[in-house]
Design a protein around this ligand. Sequence first.
Ligand code: C2O
Ligand code: CU
Ligand code: CU
Length: 494
Amino acid sequence: MKRIEFLKTLGLSTIGLAASESLLSGCMDMSEMNAVAPDIMQGAFTTLLPIPETAASGTPLSAHSMSGSVMPGKNGSLLGYRSSILGPTIRAERGSVVTIPFTNGLTEETNIHWHGLLVPPAMDGHPEQVVMAGQSFNYSFKIEQSAGMAWYHPHPHTKTGRQVFMGLAGMFIIESPEERALKLPAGEYEIPLVIQDKRVDANGTLQYNPTMGEVMIGYMGDTITVNGAHAPYHNVASRTYRLRVLNGSNARIYNLALSSGDPFTVIGSDGGLLPSPETVSNLLLAPGERADLLLDFGKMNQNSEVFLQSNPFSGADSQGSQSFKIMKFVVNNAESDSFVLPAALNNIPALSAATAAKTRTFDIGISMEGSGKHKMGKMKNMAGMHTINGKTFSMDRIDESVPLNNVEIWEFNNTKGDEPHPMHMHGTFFQILSRAGGRSKIMAHEKGWKDTVLVMPGESVRVITKFERAGKFVFHCHNLEHEDDGMMLNFQVS
Ligand code: C2O
Ligand code: CU
Ligand code: CU
C-alpha cells in the first residue's frame, strides 16, 4: 500500500495530506514510517571465506551467545549453535533418521524449525513448540524426501527476527544415490554460501533494533556477510564449482550476478534439483529461498578475480536501487575437470491445475482493519500491520483446514501492496503454476519444488501442492520482521 493509500485507509484523506501528516505525527514519527535500506558498507575482501563445519546426525546443537564478530579483528557478541556464528552444515542421507539433541542456552525461549524438511508437526518447530531457556529437546525425524538443500533456524513467535539476525541459522543438505549418480562437483568443489546482511557496532557486536519503519520494510543491514564473515574471498581452481546459496537474511533480497557479467547455471532450488539446468545472468533470491548453482571458472585466467554481487532490481524501492559486491573468487589453481552437465537432472511430475480440489486466495500486505481506536493503537507500536487476508497470527486459531492428500491451489495476491513478500509454507513443497502482474513469469529457479516464493508488489502467484502430511503447520511471509509482526497463519491438515 502506498503511503497516501495508507493514510486514506486511516480515513484521513478527506482532510488533506498535509493535515493528515500533522495529525499522524501526533501519534507517531512520520520519518520512522519512511525507512530506507541503509547504505552498503563495501569491504576489502581480504578475509578467507569460512566454511561451516559439516555435521551428521547425533551432533548436539545449543543456541547460545558467544564472543565473535562478522568483522575481522573484532570481538563483539553474537549467537551461534556451536563454537561460532551460525551452525554446522548438517548432511544426511535420504531414508536415514536424523537425531539432533538441542539445548537452549539463551535467556529466552527458542526452538528449531527445519525449513525445507518434511518432518512430523511435533518436530517442525511450530511457534507453539518452544524450548524454554535452559531446557533441552531431542529433534528426531526420518528424511523422506529427495536430495536438496534445506536450512534450520529458530521460530519462536515475535522473536524469530532477532534470533536469526544475531546468528542462529545453518544449512541442511540431503544426499541420495540418484544425485550422486549425476557426479556434480563435490567435496571442496561444493561450497555452501549463507548470505546475510548485518549491522555491527564499533565493538563488532551485532545490532538488532528495528524502528517502526523498519518493521514496515524489514530490517536490513549495511554489512553483507557470507558464512558469517564480511566481504570474504575464496580461492578456486579453474574448473566447475557447485555453490549452494541460501538467502538467510531477515528482509534483504539479492539479485545475484557475476561481476564479469558471465552467465551461470541454476541446477536446483528449495526442494532439490530442477528438471533440467537453466542458464541465467542474474537471479533474484528472497529471504528463505535457496539456489543451487554451477559456476565455471575454467575459462578464467590464472589469478583473475570475479565477484558474486547483487545488481539493482525493480519493485522494492530503496533496497532495489542498491548494487554491491558480496564475495570474491580468485582463480589461482590450474585444474581441469571432466565434468559434463547432464541435460536432465530430476524427474518432477507436474501437478496440473485441473487436479486441484480447491483454490484458496490470500491477500497479503498491510491492513488497518479494526476500530478507529485500535487503528491508532496499532499505529503506535506498528504491531500487527502485516496481514494475510486481514488477519495476524493467533497461536491456537486454525485459519485453513485442509483434507489430507488434497491437491490445492494457493494464490498469494500482492496486487494491492507495495512491499515484496516471500511467502513460505511449512510441511509441504509446492510447484509454481503462474505469476500474474509484475515479472509475470515463472523464474528459472522456480521450475522445481519450492517452499518459499517471492511475491513482488503488483504480483499474484498461484502455487499448487498436495498436502500429504497431517498436522498443524504455519505459512507466513519470510521477511522476518513481517513474520514477527504477525504475517503468519495456521493450517491444519487432517
Ligand atoms: Cu524458514 Cu517458518 O520458516
Ligand atoms: Cu519453513
Ligand atoms: Cu512480508
